[in-house]
Structure formats: structure tokens, C-alpha cells
Design a binder for this molecule. Sequence first.
Ligand code: F6R
Length: 240
Amino acid sequence: MKVIVTENYDEMSKKAAEVIAEVIKADENAVLGLATGTTPIGLYKELIDKCAKKEISFKNIKTVNLDEYVGLPKGHVQSYDYFMKDNLFNHVDIDLANTNLPNGIAADLDAECARYTALLNKMRQSIQLLGIGSNGHIGFNEPKTPFDSTTHIVNLTESTIKDNSRLFDDISEVPTKAITMGIANIMNAKKILVVANGENKAKAVYNMVKGPVTEDCPASVLQKHEDVIVIVDKKAAALL
Ligand code: F6R
């Protein structure tokens, strides 16, 4: 695990965007595993900027997202589908047909989980971007999720619902279920990039990097992956 500590959020975003840009430059057909949340917004802006300057192109890039809420109608402003278009896809030269998210409104959610895992096995992420939850979750894999899990439906914990409620008008509107890549699907990526900022992530970052490898902290499994880069600002690195 390579850990890079930056002065602030902007530097974290720039460095993380460089890592992804290098993957794109090395392979114009790369498969990017992407994340939503507030942490990657800055690095997506940097990628948009690099694309505008023609330093990189998404023309042949394929993407697979980590997760999606269950039950939000298509086009809902809080859906991860909307988020990805709003924060990245609509601003770069990507073919939307090459972008993939789990479908949280599939009629048969079990079949959708199987479909998504089959897709991930076929595509295999060149790089998987991750944020980390304050309880150590990755994707929506909450503490105690088995390390061998594949795409599955989760009941979100109270702490995650609370974390996410800042993006909704009222906590009662936050979906209580999501569909997420499993931990095995994440670990199957060739390279993993984790970004985190702010003091509320410090404990989770410590447990991910220095804690025991345990299902109590899903992100700790990353210690077992051979190519992980962690880029965190100094507040998130405070306990390291
Ligand atoms: C997002 C995701 C989540 C977030 C995590 C951190 O697709 O899977 O695991 O990465 O909750 O979220 P932020 O960045 O909002 O602190």
C-alpha cells in the first residue's frame, strides 16, 4: 500500500487525477472503476480539465461504477447515474454506451446482481477508484460484509444513512437499500486508488492502513491487494 499525504483537498484531487490520467494514457481502452460521493468531485474536475486540454481522451474508455441506490427513479438528482453524468460523463468525450452502473430499479434485483458481477468479471477494472466511509465502508460494503462478497443488495447502516443525508432535503428521503459491487469485485481490480479528506475520515484511514485486516473494517482488506495507492489530505492522515 502506497500512502501519499497531501496538504489539502485540491492537492489530493490533482494527484489522484494524475494517477487515473496515467492509466488512460497507458491504455486508451482502459476500464475505469468509478465512485460517487463528495470526495472524488475535485478529481473529476481535474480529469475534465485534462480532457479539455486534450491531454487525455475518454473516447474508448469504459467505466463501471461501484454502486447505486435501490428505488430512485431514473434521472433522480440523487441517483448515482445522475451524479456521474453531472460530475464527469457530460463533460468529457466518453460514449455513454461504454458507461455502466448497477441498475437500482431492476425488476429482479438478484438477477441484476448476477448480471453486474458477470460484467465485472468480463471487463476487469484497470483501476478502481474508492472513497471510504467514516465506518470504513468501501462501495456500500458495510462492516461485517464478507471479503468474498460479489455484487449484492445492502441495507444501509444508520451511520451511512446519516452521512448521506446531507445531500437530501430530509433524512427520511435517503434510500435505505443500495446495490453494490462486492469486496471480491473490488479486489479483482488490477490497481486500486483510494481518496479521503477531512478529519472525520482519520479513524477509517488509520484502520484501513494500519489496523488489523478484519471484516469489521471493510477497507482493511486493501492491505492484501498488491497495487493500492492511498491519497489523503493531512487531516485524514492525522492518525497515521
Ligand atoms: C460511493 C461509495 C461510497 C463513498 C463513501 C465516501 O460510490 O461507494 O463508498 O465512496 O461513502 O463518501 P464521500 O466521498 O461522500 O465521503
